[in-house]
Write a protein that binds this ligand. Structure first.
Ligand code: F6R
Length: 243
Protein backbone atom coordinates (compact mmCIF):
# COMPACT_ATOMS: atom_id res chain seq x y z
CA UNK A 1 0.00 0.00 0.00
CA UNK A 2 1.19 3.50 -0.76
CA UNK A 3 0.36 5.80 2.16
CA UNK A 4 0.04 9.54 1.48
CA UNK A 5 -0.43 12.08 4.29
CA UNK A 6 -1.88 15.56 3.78
CA UNK A 7 -1.97 18.65 6.00
CA UNK A 8 -5.56 19.45 5.11
CA UNK A 9 -8.54 17.72 3.51
CA UNK A 10 -8.49 20.28 0.68
CA UNK A 11 -4.91 19.29 -0.22
CA UNK A 12 -5.94 15.62 -0.26
CA UNK A 13 -9.02 16.43 -2.33
CA UNK A 14 -7.10 18.44 -4.88
CA UNK A 15 -4.39 15.73 -5.22
CA UNK A 16 -6.99 13.01 -5.79
CA UNK A 17 -9.10 15.13 -8.15
CA UNK A 18 -5.96 15.90 -10.21
CA UNK A 19 -5.09 12.19 -10.33
CA UNK A 20 -8.59 11.35 -11.56
CA UNK A 21 -8.63 14.09 -14.18
CA UNK A 22 -5.20 12.93 -15.44
CA UNK A 23 -6.57 9.40 -15.68
CA UNK A 24 -9.57 10.65 -17.68
CA UNK A 25 -7.30 12.59 -20.04
CA UNK A 26 -5.20 9.44 -20.60
CA UNK A 27 -8.27 7.20 -20.93
CA UNK A 28 -11.48 9.04 -21.89
CA UNK A 29 -13.44 5.76 -21.34
CA UNK A 30 -12.26 5.45 -17.73
CA UNK A 31 -14.49 3.39 -15.43
CA UNK A 32 -14.66 4.92 -11.95
CA UNK A 33 -16.00 3.35 -8.77
CA UNK A 34 -17.38 6.01 -6.42
CA UNK A 35 -18.36 6.24 -2.74
CA UNK A 36 -20.86 8.45 -0.97
CA UNK A 37 -20.44 9.77 2.59
CA UNK A 38 -18.82 12.84 4.11
CA UNK A 39 -15.23 11.99 3.21
CA UNK A 40 -15.47 12.27 -0.60
CA UNK A 41 -17.33 15.59 -0.54
CA UNK A 42 -14.16 17.75 -0.77
CA UNK A 43 -12.96 15.49 -3.60
CA UNK A 44 -16.22 15.96 -5.50
CA UNK A 45 -15.97 19.74 -4.98
CA UNK A 46 -12.39 19.68 -6.33
CA UNK A 47 -13.46 17.55 -9.31
CA UNK A 48 -16.23 20.05 -10.12
CA UNK A 49 -13.78 22.97 -9.90
CA UNK A 50 -11.09 21.30 -12.01
CA UNK A 51 -13.66 20.23 -14.57
CA UNK A 52 -14.94 23.78 -14.91
CA UNK A 53 -11.42 25.21 -15.21
CA UNK A 54 -9.87 22.58 -17.49
CA UNK A 55 -12.92 21.73 -19.65
CA UNK A 56 -12.57 18.02 -18.90
CA UNK A 57 -14.38 15.71 -21.30
CA UNK A 58 -16.52 13.38 -19.19
CA UNK A 59 -18.68 12.25 -22.10
CA UNK A 60 -17.34 8.68 -22.24
CA UNK A 61 -16.44 8.22 -18.55
CA UNK A 62 -18.50 5.56 -16.80
CA UNK A 63 -19.19 5.39 -13.06
CA UNK A 64 -20.40 2.70 -10.67
CA UNK A 65 -21.35 3.63 -7.12
CA UNK A 66 -20.51 1.29 -4.29
CA UNK A 67 -23.88 1.01 -2.64
CA UNK A 68 -27.48 2.17 -2.19
CA UNK A 69 -30.12 1.89 0.51
CA UNK A 70 -32.60 -0.95 0.08
CA UNK A 71 -36.17 0.22 -0.41
CA UNK A 72 -35.25 3.67 -1.73
CA UNK A 73 -35.68 4.53 -5.41
CA UNK A 74 -33.25 6.99 -6.96
CA UNK A 75 -35.80 9.82 -6.69
CA UNK A 76 -35.94 9.48 -2.89
CA UNK A 77 -34.07 12.46 -1.32
CA UNK A 78 -32.38 10.09 1.17
CA UNK A 79 -31.01 7.83 -1.57
CA UNK A 80 -27.35 7.74 -2.48
CA UNK A 81 -28.47 8.47 -6.04
CA UNK A 82 -29.84 11.83 -4.86
CA UNK A 83 -26.64 12.40 -2.87
CA UNK A 84 -24.47 11.77 -5.93
CA UNK A 85 -26.56 13.97 -8.20
CA UNK A 86 -26.22 16.87 -5.77
CA UNK A 87 -22.56 16.28 -4.87
CA UNK A 88 -21.20 15.59 -8.34
CA UNK A 89 -23.26 14.39 -11.28
CA UNK A 90 -25.43 17.53 -11.66
CA UNK A 91 -22.28 19.65 -11.91
CA UNK A 92 -20.12 17.81 -14.43
CA UNK A 93 -20.75 17.07 -18.11
CA UNK A 94 -21.15 13.31 -17.64
CA UNK A 95 -23.58 11.43 -19.87
CA UNK A 96 -26.41 10.17 -17.60
CA UNK A 97 -26.46 6.83 -19.45
CA UNK A 98 -22.90 6.26 -18.21
CA UNK A 99 -23.87 6.61 -14.54
CA UNK A 100 -24.58 3.23 -12.95
CA UNK A 101 -26.09 2.91 -9.51
CA UNK A 102 -27.80 0.10 -7.68
CA UNK A 103 -31.57 0.60 -7.63
CA UNK A 104 -32.73 0.19 -4.05
CA UNK A 105 -36.33 0.35 -5.27
CA UNK A 106 -35.97 -2.66 -7.59
CA UNK A 107 -38.70 -5.28 -7.05
CA UNK A 108 -36.17 -8.13 -6.82
CA UNK A 109 -33.05 -6.99 -4.95
CA UNK A 110 -31.12 -10.23 -5.52
CA UNK A 111 -31.70 -9.87 -9.25
CA UNK A 112 -30.65 -6.21 -9.05
CA UNK A 113 -27.36 -7.28 -7.42
CA UNK A 114 -26.74 -9.82 -10.23
CA UNK A 115 -27.55 -7.16 -12.85
CA UNK A 116 -24.99 -4.81 -11.28
CA UNK A 117 -22.19 -7.39 -11.21
CA UNK A 118 -22.83 -8.12 -14.87
CA UNK A 119 -22.90 -4.40 -15.74
CA UNK A 120 -19.48 -3.94 -14.11
CA UNK A 121 -18.10 -6.94 -16.00
CA UNK A 122 -19.65 -5.72 -19.28
CA UNK A 123 -17.93 -2.33 -18.75
CA UNK A 124 -14.60 -4.19 -18.61
CA UNK A 125 -14.26 -3.84 -14.83
CA UNK A 126 -13.49 -0.79 -12.70
CA UNK A 127 -10.27 1.10 -13.43
CA UNK A 128 -10.09 3.20 -10.26
CA UNK A 129 -12.23 2.48 -7.22
CA UNK A 130 -12.42 5.28 -4.63
CA UNK A 131 -13.29 4.09 -1.12
CA UNK A 132 -14.10 5.65 2.22
CA UNK A 133 -13.88 3.60 5.41
CA UNK A 134 -16.38 3.25 8.23
CA UNK A 135 -15.09 3.83 11.76
CA UNK A 136 -15.83 0.10 12.26
CA UNK A 137 -13.60 -0.81 9.30
CA UNK A 138 -16.32 -1.40 6.70
CA UNK A 139 -15.80 -0.69 3.02
CA UNK A 140 -18.86 -0.29 0.86
CA UNK A 141 -21.41 -1.84 3.20
CA UNK A 142 -19.26 -4.88 3.92
CA UNK A 143 -19.66 -4.71 7.68
CA UNK A 144 -17.38 -6.53 10.16
CA UNK A 145 -18.65 -10.13 10.52
CA UNK A 146 -17.52 -13.76 10.66
CA UNK A 147 -18.10 -14.06 6.92
CA UNK A 148 -18.10 -11.56 4.08
CA UNK A 149 -19.85 -11.57 0.71
CA UNK A 150 -17.74 -11.78 -2.42
CA UNK A 151 -20.21 -10.16 -4.79
CA UNK A 152 -22.87 -7.46 -4.79
CA UNK A 153 -25.45 -8.38 -2.17
CA UNK A 154 -28.08 -7.12 0.27
CA UNK A 155 -26.33 -6.12 3.51
CA UNK A 156 -27.74 -5.50 6.98
CA UNK A 157 -26.36 -2.27 8.40
CA UNK A 158 -24.83 -2.11 11.86
CA UNK A 159 -25.86 0.40 14.50
CA UNK A 160 -22.76 2.57 13.99
CA UNK A 161 -23.47 2.73 10.26
CA UNK A 162 -27.11 3.73 10.82
CA UNK A 163 -25.90 6.51 13.13
CA UNK A 164 -23.28 7.66 10.61
CA UNK A 165 -25.94 7.96 7.88
CA UNK A 166 -28.55 9.73 10.00
CA UNK A 167 -27.59 13.08 8.42
CA UNK A 168 -29.32 11.97 5.22
CA UNK A 169 -32.56 11.38 7.15
CA UNK A 170 -33.01 14.54 9.21
CA UNK A 171 -30.52 13.38 11.85
CA UNK A 172 -32.75 10.45 12.88
CA UNK A 173 -30.95 7.06 12.79
CA UNK A 174 -34.37 5.40 13.14
CA UNK A 175 -35.29 6.57 9.64
CA UNK A 176 -32.15 5.11 7.99
CA UNK A 177 -33.03 1.95 6.02
CA UNK A 178 -31.75 -1.12 7.88
CA UNK A 179 -30.49 -2.80 4.72
CA UNK A 180 -28.50 -1.70 1.69
CA UNK A 181 -27.23 -3.11 -1.56
CA UNK A 182 -23.45 -3.14 -1.73
CA UNK A 183 -20.61 -4.28 -3.91
CA UNK A 184 -18.94 -7.27 -2.27
CA UNK A 185 -15.29 -7.76 -1.37
CA UNK A 186 -14.41 -9.42 -4.69
CA UNK A 187 -16.24 -6.69 -6.60
CA UNK A 188 -14.13 -4.06 -4.82
CA UNK A 189 -10.87 -5.99 -5.00
CA UNK A 190 -11.48 -6.60 -8.70
CA UNK A 191 -10.79 -2.92 -9.46
CA UNK A 192 -7.45 -2.33 -11.18
CA UNK A 193 -6.54 0.48 -8.77
CA UNK A 194 -8.01 1.35 -5.38
CA UNK A 195 -7.75 4.71 -3.62
CA UNK A 196 -8.86 4.74 0.01
CA UNK A 197 -9.48 8.15 1.58
CA UNK A 198 -9.94 8.78 5.31
CA UNK A 199 -10.22 11.97 7.34
CA UNK A 200 -10.31 12.60 11.06
CA UNK A 201 -9.29 10.99 14.33
CA UNK A 202 -12.35 8.73 14.43
CA UNK A 203 -10.86 6.79 11.49
CA UNK A 204 -7.36 6.46 12.98
CA UNK A 205 -7.84 3.08 14.70
CA UNK A 206 -9.37 1.31 11.72
CA UNK A 207 -6.82 2.88 9.35
CA UNK A 208 -3.96 1.58 11.51
CA UNK A 209 -5.60 -1.87 11.68
CA UNK A 210 -6.22 -1.88 7.94
CA UNK A 211 -2.56 -1.19 7.19
CA UNK A 212 -0.70 -3.18 9.86
CA UNK A 213 -2.90 -5.89 11.43
CA UNK A 214 -3.57 -9.39 10.11
CA UNK A 215 -6.29 -9.67 7.52
CA UNK A 216 -9.63 -10.38 9.17
CA UNK A 217 -13.30 -10.32 8.25
CA UNK A 218 -13.72 -8.32 11.49
CA UNK A 219 -11.96 -5.44 9.71
CA UNK A 220 -13.09 -5.75 6.09
CA UNK A 221 -10.75 -2.96 4.94
CA UNK A 222 -7.78 -5.15 5.96
CA UNK A 223 -8.42 -7.18 2.78
CA UNK A 224 -7.02 -4.25 0.82
CA UNK A 225 -3.59 -5.58 1.87
CA UNK A 226 -3.92 -8.32 -0.75
CA UNK A 227 -4.53 -5.86 -3.61
CA UNK A 228 -1.44 -4.93 -5.65
CA UNK A 229 -2.34 -1.30 -6.36
CA UNK A 230 -3.77 0.56 -3.34
CA UNK A 231 -3.14 4.19 -2.39
CA UNK A 232 -4.28 5.31 1.06
CA UNK A 233 -4.76 9.09 1.30
CA UNK A 234 -5.06 10.43 4.85
CA UNK A 235 -5.09 13.64 6.80
CA UNK A 236 -2.77 13.73 9.82
CA UNK A 237 -5.58 12.87 12.27
CA UNK A 238 -6.57 9.72 10.35
CA UNK A 239 -2.88 8.77 10.07
CA UNK A 240 -2.12 9.47 13.73
CA UNK A 241 -2.09 5.82 14.91
CA UNK A 242 0.09 4.54 12.07
CA UNK A 243 3.53 3.53 13.32
C1 F6R B 1 -20.42 4.91 1.10
C2 F6R B 1 -19.69 3.75 1.61
C3 F6R B 1 -19.21 3.72 3.00
C4 F6R B 1 -18.49 5.01 3.43
C5 F6R B 1 -18.05 4.94 4.88
C6 F6R B 1 -17.40 6.21 5.35
O1 F6R B 1 -20.75 4.73 -0.26
O2 F6R B 1 -19.50 2.82 0.89
O3 F6R B 1 -18.35 2.61 3.17
O4 F6R B 1 -17.40 5.21 2.59
O5 F6R B 1 -19.15 4.64 5.69
O6 F6R B 1 -18.38 7.21 5.37
P1 F6R B 1 -17.96 8.72 5.71
O7 F6R B 1 -17.14 9.18 4.58
O8 F6R B 1 -19.28 9.45 5.79
O9 F6R B 1 -17.23 8.69 6.99
Amino acid sequence: MIIQRFDHEDALASALASRLIDAIVRNPRLVLGLPTGRTPLPVYRALRDLTARALVDWSAVRTFNLDEFAGLGGDDPGSYRAFMQEALFDHIPIDPVNIAMLDGGAPDLAEECRRYEKAIADAGGIDIQILGIGANGHIGFNEPADELHAHTHVATLQRATLDANAMLFGGDPGRVPKCALSMGMATILGARQIVMIALGEEKSDCVAGMVTDLITTRLPASFLQVHPHVTVMLDHAAASKLV
